[in-house]
Design a binder for this molecule. Structure first.
Ligand code: MN
Length: 441
């Protein structure tokens, strides 16, 4: 099922929140992403909000004003007064779509509710965020063939891409407890590595710290254990997308990853953006999904006409670095790479369908990671491991500093946005995180 365009996507719509009409904002009235926020430093409860321009509309406050009277039900009330998006995610596509239309009506120019809703706005600069949902389970995939090939070359020069890659979306079950919201700081992990030339491993701070530029996929209403989600229905079970930085310790990963996959190299921190952009908001920015004719075509359960027509997402993905020195000098973060989610070898509906083909149950608030989104060109790589060619080629920054991997005090910032002719630019905001020095062992 493909979501058709409707009046909420109309490029001519403008909001009475004037900062939403600038053309450069991530959050015009056609976007309407969801998050969980409160006034910075306050003891207030976290509420569900929608980003509009440089403001946040508090949905609980708006509901008290009767803005969503057409959606009124006990289940909706429970969801809208919650401090996470799980209950709303569980209500399903028809409710999400009705809520989006109600928000679009209430926030567009000329809305009769404008005067009342002014009091429900908080500037984003005055907000702090919580995780948008309680993430029950987290699965990380590996959907960029360019990333898989580049990394495979470093770990296995003679055999970079394993033969299953082009048949099965590769993934592993990650850890949800260490997923944090943008602004997360964490200490450089300590663990086992096998330094080159040694015959026994050592324990100490990881030396090859890296990021992974990923899309996070939030599951909406899930499936019962034993039931599968078919490819045609898969996107109806997806609430929306966010930005995800899957921090990775490459030297720990190289030592531990065989035979069962990543473990302590990946589970010390993962950071997501506060805003979840809905699948419906992304409808104008879809692209046909293709598979090179020389490659195996998907097995029937991972194939559909909709997928070929519009299965891919045209989302630009940018990674920036701000070193401790740059921060002290007051200089802006510097871009490391720019790529696009449309290069993904497997797309969102295929991940959902494959995850449930054996009857595995997905639940509202579960998070899937897309895997590092590297494009076909070297400068489109979504990790430092690739950009520095395995740590061999330093990246020289404009202030003269060099990096092969992340240094203590470095902040990594990721941004994402979609744009095309005839549609407004919509964005994901950003996800940032900062590496602190290791704690002594
Ligand atoms: Mn990853």
């Amino acid at each position: 099922m493909t979501i058709t365009l409707n009046e909420t996507h109309d490029a001519a719509l403008r909001s009475w929140v004037t900062s939403a009409n600038t053309g450069s904002t991530d959050f015009p009235v056609q976007n309407l992403p969801y998050g969980v926020f409160k006034r910075k430093g306050s003891s207030e409860h976290f509420n569900i909000g929608v980003a509009i321009g440089d403001q946040i509309l508090d949905l609980a406050e708006a509901h008290r004003l009767g803005i969503f009277s057409e959606l009124d039900s006990k289940a909706f009330e429970h969801a809208i007064f919650s401090d996470s998006l799980n209950a709303l995610m569980n209500l399903g596509h028809a409710t999400w779509s009705a809520l989006r239309l109600a928000l679009s009506n209430a926030l567009r120019e000329g809305a009769t509710q404008q005067d009342a809703l002014q009091a429900c706005l908080l500037p984003q600069l005055d907000a702090e965020y919580a995780l948008p949902a309680q993430i029950g389970d987290y699965t990380d995939f590996y959907t960029s063939v360019h990333h898989a090939t580049a990394v495979g070359k470093l770990f296995r020069p003679d055999n970079p891409l394993l033969p299953n890659y082009k048949w099965v979306p590769i993934g592993y079950h990650g850890r949800s407890s260490s997923i944090g919201i943008s602004g997360q700081t964490f200490h450089r992990p300590v663990g086992q590595t096998m330094p080159p030339g040694l015959s026994e491993p050592v324990v100490g701070p990881a030396k090859r710290m890296d990021y992974e530029m990923e899309i996070g996929i939030f599951i909406g209403n899930g499936n019962a254990l034993g039931e599968r989600i078919g490819i045609e229905d898969a996107e109806q079970h997806v609430f929306g997308l966010c930005l995800l930085n899957d921090w990775s310790a490459r030297d720990m990963q190289a030592w531990e990853y065989q035979p069962l996959g990543p473990f302590l190299a990946k589970n010390f921190a993962s950071t997501i953006s506060p805003w979840v952009v809905t699948i419906e908001a992304l409808a104008p920015y879809r692209k046909g999904w293709t598979r090179d004719a020389a490659d195996p075509q998907p097995l029937p359960y991972l194939e559909s006409a909709d997928l070929r027509d519009s299965g891919a997402f045209d989302i630009q993905l940018e990674v920036l670095l701000q070193t401790d020195t740059m921060r002290k000098e007051g200089s802006a973060p510097q871009r490391l790479s720019l790529s696009n989610f449309r290069h993904s070898y497997w797309t969102v509906s295929q991940l959902v369908t494959h995850h449930t083909v054996n009857g595995c149950n997905l639940r509202a608030g579960d998070l899937l990671g897309s895997g590092t989104q590297s494009g076909p060109l070297p400068e489109e790589a979504g990790s430092l491991l690739e950009l520095s060619e395995g740590g061999k080629k330093p990246i020289v920054l404009s202030n003269g500093e060099q990096r092969v991997f992340i240094a203590d005090g470095d902040s990594i910032i990721m941004r994402g946005w979609a744009q095309k002719d005839g549609a407004p630019r919509i964005g994901f905001g950003e996800v940032s995180g900062t590496l602190l020095p290791a704690l002594a062992i």
